[in-house]
Design a protein around this ligand. Sequence first.
Ligand code: MIG
Length: 748
Amino acid sequence: MGNSYKNCKIQDNTAELIYENGSLFVTIFENNIVHVAQKPGIESVAIEEGFIPKAATPDVTCKDTSDAKGTAAEAGVSDAAVKAVISARDITVYVKDNEKLDIYYKGKLVLSDYEKARKKSEKNPYEDLAIAELEGHTVGKDEEKTDAVTIIKKLGKDDAIYGLGDKPGCLNKRGYSYVNWNTDDPAPHVDSFKSLYKSIPFFIVLGDEYCYGIFADNTYKTTFDFGYENTDYYFVEHEKGELDYYFMPGNDMAEVVGLYTSLTGTTPLYQRWIYGSHQSRWGYYTQDEVLDIADKFRELDIPCDVIHMDIDYMNGYRVFTFDDKKFPDVKSLSEKLADRGVKLISIIDPGVKKDEDYFMYKEGMEMDAFAHDTDGSVYENAVWPGTSVFPDFTKQSVRSWWGDKTKILLEHGISGIWNDMNEPASFNGPLPDDVQFEYGAHEKVHNIYGHFMAKATYEGLAKNDGGKRPFVLTRAAYAGSQKYCGGWTGDNHSIWAHIALSLEQVCNLSVSGLAMCGSDIGGFGSDTTPELLVRFYEAAVFVPFFRNHSAMGTRRQEPWQFDETTIDAVRKTVKLRYRFIPYIYDLAHECEKTGAPIVRPLVYEYPADMHVRNISDEYMLGSFVLVAPVIAPGKEAREVYLPDGDWYDYYTGEKYSGGRYILADAPLDKVPVFIKAGAIIPVADGEIRSTEDITEDKISILTYPGKGSFVHYQDDNETFAYRDGAYNAVEYTMDGDKLEKRVLHKGL
Ligand code: MIG
């Protein structure tokens, strides 16, 4: 059964390709992004007004198919199946029957629909039983996905695939399959997990001669198969909804990430203390204990900027309340912490306790704030407070209401909000697919529930926190969430494999737009060991979100729970991070402007180097600093791959030529760090207990001979005034060992 092409119409700069059974709308934007969708226009949770680029007027050849063939032949495309040609800017789309497209970028074929039927392998009838036995569950019926829509593209022999948010497994996703369905699974996350907390339907294909991104903007449960079923193709299968994707070609990964973040938003620059060291545990049980923690950091001379309060500070887990016995006066706690240069972040879950005497429940019921069952009653499930109801964050009125509740926390001196359980997680089984939200049924809203909760929280803080840049930390996220929140990778464990996992996740989250990210240092579940804790700290040394966090019932893991050797090694690592905070802050500012992530996999910086396509036990901070942490026990050295060029050992200054593996010295208290020739790195020295102590007089510029340039940036570290010009920017240029300085902007 075919679906033959009939003709083409142009309206509002979009080409409507009319087929026997429906239409496909193709828009080419001025920045070469190509939008392919079943509906005209952009309707998206991730892409907001103001981010939509201008469409380039396409010059569509479609009046008659022989014309199209002529144009195709002229361009050297011999395919007789070409029915129409659309072109604008650097893009040419060759249109065929059955909604098949070939997209050329700068004259080169980059994206090509797979034209044959999928080749699923023959299944042994007992296979499902065998898998169920292995995984310890019962066999469910193989559901017919009759409403599914599929994008299926040819996979190049050497294509590597990156992105997709927090998914486990290797850095390079080729050969794996995943499912976007926000999932809170407490078991230790392993490579075979198909889903985790976040659902970011964006990935980058890096071939030999091309690089492009695909953003498949559909919030329903979605399967991504990257050459797992068959090495000839990859596919994206949405269980429901419509085909709606963006093709983003670029010369390299940086350009592709730039295009993606131009569409869905970049990670903003946060207040500077956010880049400091955070300490957390579920749970610090009283406010006195929180203060003791801060004092202990000062006593041991380990820098610290933030302490997190987990769910125990609330009254019976009622959000926006305080326990009057254990946390009777959080305002005075936050004032005392402020004297020590420490800020407070508190957790807020989405579930609202069903309690007729509780203001959140009462107000929410009055304004019809909660999700409904299909019979119109308010939907109930259980989370920490017991029977609970779920705010419909897809509703503007609910977001404003919730956002204004941030005042309660702000009045207590809380400086940032941590959103947990927003997949949403629930204790009495998952929310049924048909629970009703304004935006649609749960099956459509599930993957964006956390996104909207973070948006509500961000907007509330932006409105109520006196012009300070809001900080929201989230567990669940969708594409575009980076505009509102940073993300951590949820409940990892204190196991060696999870140091490696954290770096894979941070690298992939970074190229998926969520540049403010990190994993629980020391591991959340299970018991840490002193050595594991140190190596966890070292691995995260330059990771944007840097927080030690652990679960109730596990061994405590503040550095002082262990011996002097451990404390010394942690202190050294945390101080190394603080030394680099001016550089991190500069990168964070750059990230807001261009989307370039703060931390990058090696492949981002060296896409042509085939050796780095799957390296994630090393990463880059910006383009000058390479970190190669030890991620296994008992090691005193590790092999480090240095990409092409000259490198300097950060500790010894010894020079190495790259394009090879070297062996780096890595005793327990040392994380191997290499600096690229030509590097210009603003660093902070002197006595630093928290980022508050990083004053301009403590900042100097570290240089390494070679060719390079860098912009050092300064602002008030706190407000949005920089967006109105209240900042300084100085450009440094290195040639050999000559450093030149040029003021780009003077606004302070
Ligand atoms: O069901 O708030 O991932 O960081 O400490 C556990 C308690 C709920 C899960 C989060 C974790 C947090 C914990 N939460």
